[in-house]
Design a binder for this molecule. Structure first.
Ligand code: PM9
Length: 470
């Protein structure tokens, strides 16, 4: 006897469906404003989605940073905040969680990721030194530059190609890295800057094999290897899925093995750790720790709170343990992939393979009529908002900024609009609505006009720049 049961996405692809390993206890109503109101809101925001009021947004895919839904345990942990100025018990819980899950010896809490980037850059970069890394990230590169460093991109070429299906597009090209050391000497290199699931490349992972090769390279040249661990849990998921020998290893074991290959890490807890605020810096070197512990009191707060309340430290300590549960990360990446599969089926151009935290729309392929200086990705973010009230983010020429030396725009190969999925916040039905809106904007692509920048802040311009329609 046959049953006429509609097939789910998973079954259509020959596998069993997954579902979120949680149920919803509290809901937050969403607001939809009219098209006319959106036109007005966008014009007032200078066509920059960062300048919209969130009350004017329907589905908010600006970022997965600080936008997660916390669990009942994390909320319970908030009530256990020990708001002592010094030596809060929540700090020790966090220290224990980082030491056991990430494996580093010493912990410095910071208010968020860029606080940690500031401290490590200041402590270890000498002016004029080079910092090779796997593609720039906006805040990371800026702190490296403000400390006098010169960032050099040494990611593999495939990372710059939205269509390349390389399974580990976040990998560092060892030949490019060798060329930096040959040109400037090991003394001319501050450290190797390695990021898990490379954000600007589309959330693309780094393989364990690449991390092992990097460790050996750094040991040969007496260099340190520091990790941006912000989305390393997602990176560990891809290693489990794609790298030989890891299919049966738990995410927690993979994460630890990867971190053990590095000398320290900075972290924006606002991503993997399922909290709304928080970050940290963790390292193994005692002398460096002493220096960082000294700097943190200048810029962040005492070394046992780093700009955070006790309750924030507790929520992060609990979030760290939830983040490495295999079922959690499978459903998190699964939801991103669900949206990616819909768009791929409808032939909408996106970065492939789909990464860990977001879908990256290939704005160049949407708008071949727009030169990069007319901000195709910013235009696409604006059009999407106008169509449905969905908020996304530009990750192209506006985000890339200007060369600090020449003052010219950087012209990145990737001109992308990011649909970033907050963790545990939206449902599959929301993803359907998003996909349909993207498709509508894609279908209207030929008549779309670009933007010109009319206000440009000096640092991290994409946050506050203003645009007008051409
Ligand atoms: N990432 C994001 O939306 C928020 C700021 S930029 C719009 O992707 C990495 C890989 C990040 C990151 C922030 C930070 C900085 C460091 N590394 O935002 O300062 O993706 O906590 O972290 C954002 P904080």
């Amino acid at each position: 006897m046959t049953h006429n049961i509609p097939q789910t996405m998973g079954q259509q692809h020959g596998r069993r469906s997954w579902a979120e390993p949680w149920k919803i206890k509290m809901v937050e109503p969403l607001n939809v404003i009219s098209r006319e109101e959106r036109e007005r809101a966008l014009a007032e925001a200078g066509f920059n989605t960062f300048l919209l009021h969130s009350d004017d947004v329907y589905i908010d895919l600006l970022t997965d940073s600080g936008t997660s839904a916390m669990s009942d345990r994390q909320w319970a942990g908030m009530m256990l905040g020990d708001e002592a100025y010094a030596g809060s018990r929540n700090f020790y819980h966090l220290e224990e969680a980082v030491q056991s899950v990430y494996g580093y010896r010493y912990l410095i809490p910071t208010h968020q990721g860029r606080g940690a980037e500031h401290l490590i850059s200041r402590a270890v970069i000498k002016p004029g030194q080079y910092v090779p890394g796997n593609m720039y990230f906006t805040t990371t590169r800026l702190h490296q530059e403000l400390a006098g460093g010169i960032f050099i991109d040494v990611i593999i070429d495939e990372a710059h190609d939205p269509a390349s299906l390389h399974p580990f597009k976040g990998n560092i090209d060892l030949d490019k890295l060798q060329a930096v050391v040959d040109a400037h000497g090991a003394d001319g290199v501050a450290y190797v800057s390695l990021a898990g699931t490379v954000n600007m490349a589309g959330g693309q992972p780094v393989s364990m094999a690449n991390a092992r090769e990097l460790r050996a390279f750094c040991d040969r040249h007496g260099l340190k290897l520091y990790l941006d661990a912000t989305r390393m849990v997602e990176n560990s998921f891809f290693i489990q899925e794609r790298e030989e020998g890891y299919a049966d290893k738990p995410i927690a074991a993979i994460l630890k093995e990867f971190c053990d290959l590095t000398d320290g890490a900075w972290m924006s807890g606002k991503k993997d750790h399922l909290v709304n605020i928080g970050g940290w810096l963790a390292i193994n070197d005692e002398e460096l720790f002493e220096e960082l512990r000294n700097w943190v009191v200048v810029f962040e707060g005492l070394h046992t709170y780093g700009g955070l309340a006790g309750r924030d430290l507790e929520a992060m300590a609990i979030g760290i343990r939830e983040a490495v549960q295999d079922e959690h990360i499978r459903s998190r990446v699964g939801q991103v992939r669900y949206l990616g599969e819909l768009l791929t089926e409808w032939n909408v151009p996106i970065v492939q393979p789909v990464g860990g935290h977001a879908i990256f729309l290939n704005a160049r392929a949407f708008y071949p009529q727009l030169p990069q200086i007319e901000f195709p990705a910013q235009t696409l973010a604006a059009e999407l908002y106008l169509d449905s009230g969905i908020r996304s983010m530009e990750r192209g020429i506006a985000s890339a900024g200007r060369d600090a030396k020449t003052g010219d725009h950087y012209y990145p190969k990737l001109e992308l609009t990011r649909l970033t999925i907050p963790r545990r916040v939206y449902t599959q039905a929301h993803m359907d609505v998003v996909a349909e809106s993207v498709k509508a904007v894609y279908d209207a692509r030929e008549t779309t006009r670009g933007l010109k920048m009319v206000y440009e802040p000096k640092y991290l311009r994409f946050f506050q720049a203003r645009f007008e329609r051409l």
